[in-house]
Design a protein around this ligand. Sequence first.
Ligand code: ASP
Ligand code: MG
Length: 420
Amino acid sequence: MKVYKFGGASVKDAAGVRNVERIVRLSLNDQMVNDQMVNGLMVVVSAMGKTTNALERVVAFLDAGKEEEALAQWVDIIDFHVAIMKALGLQPGADVRLQGEIPYDPQRSYDENYDQIVSMGEILSTQIIAVYLLKQGLSVEWWNTPKLLRTDDTWREARVDDETSRNIIRAGWNRPNRPQIVVVQGFIGGTADGRRTTLGREGSDYTAALMGNYLDAESVTIWKDVPGILNADPRLEPNTVLIPSLRYQDAVELSYSGAQIIHPKTIRPLENKQIPLFVKPFGDPQAAGSCISAESEGPINVPVYIWRKNQILITMRAKDFAFVLEESLSEIFDIIHAHRLKVALIQSSAVTISVCVDNTRFVPEAIEALQAHFKVSYNDGLSLLTIRGTTPDILEAAKAGREILLTQTTRRTARLVVKE
Ligand code: ASP
Ligand code: MG
């Protein structure tokens, strides 16, 4: 079997949904042997367009007590989906269930409400796509991931219970007379007591990788609005080149450095089962794209530029002279871990330790906790630029005209913390 993942950009309108149909049909044709379907296709879908951002605004309005604004935003989201349904010839309300009420409960925490509300984006997108494919005569089933992908209740960053999920999903997949195509929501899961969870922003890639792992997929393909994995972000760099093949390890490093191309958690489930991951353009489904697997066909012979935005550089200094690096390090990392900070870079000197972390909502409390032990200073509004395959010339060119707070280099990789 194969797993296909379609992100928000690929299903942002009716034309996008029709294109999903085209790509799915190509795959089914490839899998037909003597008119018999040999395998099957699992289609993992994100929320349509920018729906997740819009749903996040609903949560924020409700939390601020702005009910009217929340409702207006909610109605906008529903209208956006209704317009797509109509353009596809579907009947809103009849073909796809529409939820009039926002699933909000003031007794619950912000993060728990967030998961109940934000998960609606994927529920809507998958219902629309499944019904549309069905009406086009394909053999399709819609699955509800919150009942299948079991997680704990770490809201907004739920951890998946692989064993339970694998058993449920395998049983569903191996059922006799299962339709050829199964459409599921990316990004969301559910607790044992039936509440919806989310796996972290952009988490649909991770869902696709988990499905591939559980079902021993022959491959997983992520369909994107770029030709594949490029050596730089085409929005920032005019002359990008495609990297046709790379190793799992390269892909992990790229996504850790901040490349937005695949979610960092995606690689491990695939590497464990040696399942190749293709990244292909949804606008040109026959193109080769990039393939990530155990062995690349050759070294990556272009410099690769990766930006990780919205960074904060936090520097800890001893309150007295009794600074023991090892002790301080463990203390600092306990605090960092407890506050869910994501460290992008570490630098130490005799009396200071600096960490560059994503500037998330968890940072202020973490800084407060660190201040109990250290003198803390910080700089925000930063980006981390990683250049893999660098040379002295390339590094100089990258530094030109930029305010650099910190540079770390190894033989082939340079990392610069720069002012945005
Ligand atoms: N819809 C979710 C998000 O935008 C998940 C995803 O796109 O992968 O973060
Ligand atoms: Mg998305």
